[in-house]
Design a protein. Structure first.
Length: 516
């Protein structure tokens, strides 16, 4: 099966064929850096991390560009509240947000592929000048420059279609008629606009605007509108038309709709983007996340909480895995119960990885796992080729894990076949951002106090104080008790180990243990 992606622009799944063979251009709208990043952002960027990884595996190198909005009405308002300059406020939160994304385990582009609005002003001004020169924008006496939606829409209806004949006019992405809708701006309808749907490309400076938040332009001092930055940054890096553009579903209108219009008005080329990808909304325990409802969760707070529950090395893995259990286009209902279940599932995967690592060092046996592994890979890849369907890929992964555990229990999987299965499960898992740490070495950690206390309780001697040494000694003691038909002592060892956080299980090949 070839890779298919759901294109929001055409409202259907389509085979993905890059404009340049073997190379993909991807632009993802970045953060407006004025406050903490939240779990909704984390969900979006985790989704695009996996999408990018699958494109790299399936197609080739991905030129990934992601902007930073470091001048904006929200930034100006927050900086004014705090009595600091807008640029200083944005720089502080830019650094914080990047640190949180890195903590989450997401690769944020760097350098020229992580452009900032404040360092792109001259290019943005020239881009706006081009739209004005083409007759699709107008300046006002107040120093504002507005995009002329009616003029552009009339032109687009007659001249702009994609290769399949689909119209690329205003409203083609959001399926809205501009004549029926209010202005797509963050402010009230400005009095100097010709039409309510017109939107700002350049905003003239107000008298009380901070000096470091406006720049010289042909229309007087001011700053860019919200949408124009992405048009400039995307086309500057990826060309007048490119493969993929993404962001949260809330950006479809007005941001992405306006981005398409102003880009095509400047370049005269359509479609601006071949395929549009959008992540679904995130609710918290069934309700929309908002500060007014008291259920607003920052990424920092979420990771802090997960670290307390599951450890520093596990928190980000749990959160990313939790997000990926829901398809990127679907709404997700965030819950603590779901996070805890994700942690348990990940622990089981790590236990299987550790068992495969040990089995790989044992003498090989004839097994059917070469074909079983190939069948898993085919199912896994088919799932991700179907619009990067991570829930189906995860289902394939866990079905394969159950088969692996069964073979390991029976002793029929060892040697090269076990090594091949381990390599396969890890390669596939890394596409899903899993297994970013080495295979856990079963029992190499130091035994915790609760486990150490069991040695004198059951009068067992050990060759060391690692959890492996203690558990192996307890297994030997339990085996001796069972041989003597001392079922009471056997059960007591099992129950005490469970209280200390370790499960003893009876398998066809003998006893084994794992962390609870």
């Amino acid at each position: 099966m070839a890779l298919h992606l759901y294109n929001v622009r055409t409202r259907r799944k389509e085979p993905f064929v890059p404009l340049r063979p073997g190379r993909v251009g991807l632009y993802v709208c970045g953060l407006t850096v004025y406050d903490d990043t939240h779990i909704g952002h984390a969900r979006t960027y985790t989704s695009f991390e996996v999408i990018r990884r699958w494109l790299e595996h399936r197609v080739g190198p991905v030129h990934h560009v992601q902007n930073v909005t470091d001048v904006d009405d929200k930034i100006l308002a927050r900086a004014k509240e705090k009595g600091v300059s807008p640029r200083a406020h944005a720089a502080e939160w830019d650094a914080r947000c990047r640190a949180e994304m890195e903590r989450l385990g997401i690769r944020v582009p760097v350098g020229a592929d992580n452009p900032h609005v404040t360092t792109s002003i001259p290019d943005i001004v020239r881009f706006v000048e081009g739209i004005v020169a083409n007759g699709f924008a107008y300046a006002t006496a107040a120093g504002n420059v507005y995009f002329d939606v009616p003029a552009y829409d009339a032109h687009a209806a007659a001249h702009l279609k994609d290769a399949n004949g689909h119209p690329c006019g205003y409203g083609s992405l959001s399926n809205r008629d501009y004549k029926q809708m209010a202005a797509g701006t963050r402010k009230e309808v400005e009095s100097d606009k010709r039409h309510p749907a017109d939107f700002a490309l350049w905003k003239g400076a107000d008298a009380d605007d901070h000096a470091d938040a406006n720049w010289t332009s042909p229309w007087g001092r001011g700053r860019p509108g919200w949408h124009i930055e992405c048009s400039l940054m995307a086309t500057r890096a990826l060309g007048d038309t490119f493969d993929l553009h993404g962001g949260g579903q809330d950006l479809i209108f007005p941001h992405h709709e306006n981005e398409i219009a102003q880009s095509q008005a400047k370049t005269g080329k359509a479609p601006f983007v071949q395929t549009w990808l959008h992540t679904g909304f995130l609710n918290v325990e069934g309700e929309k996340m908002s500060k007014s409802l008291g259920n607003f969760i920052t990424l920092r707070a979420c990771l802090d909480d997960l670290e307390k529950a599951h450890g520093i090395g596990r928190a980000a893995d749990v959160l990313r895995f939790y997000f990926l259990q829901t398809h990127y286009r679907s709404k997700i209902d965030f819950s603590r119960k779901g996070l805890d279940e994700a942690a348990v599932a990940l622990k089981r995967l790590d236990e299987t990885r550790a068992r495969l690592h040990e089995a790989a060092a044992k003498p090989s046996h004839a097994s059917t796992f070469v074909s079983a592994t190939a069948e898993f890979v085919e199912r896994f890849e088919s799932a991700l080729d179907d619009d990067v369907h991570t829930p189906q890929a995860i289902a394939a992964l866990f079905d394969f894990q159950r088969s692996l555990n069964g073979a390991l229990d029976s002793g029929s999987l060892a040697g090269p076949d076990a090594a091949h299965a381990l390599d396969t499960i890890e390669r596939c898992g890394r596409v899903l951002t899993l297994f970013q740490r080495p295979v856990p070495q079963h029992g190499s950690a130091a035994a915790p106090p609760a486990l150490l206390a069991l040695a004198p309780q059951f009068a067992v001697s050990t060759s060391g104080t690692s959890e492996s040494a203690l558990m192996d000694a307890l297994l030997a003691a339990r085996l001796a008790a069972r041989a003597a038909k001392d079922w009471k002592r056997s059960d007591a060892i099992r129950d005490a180990a469970k209280s200390a956080g370790y499960l003893i299980e009876d398998a066809p090949t003998g006893q084994r243990w794992r962390k609870a």
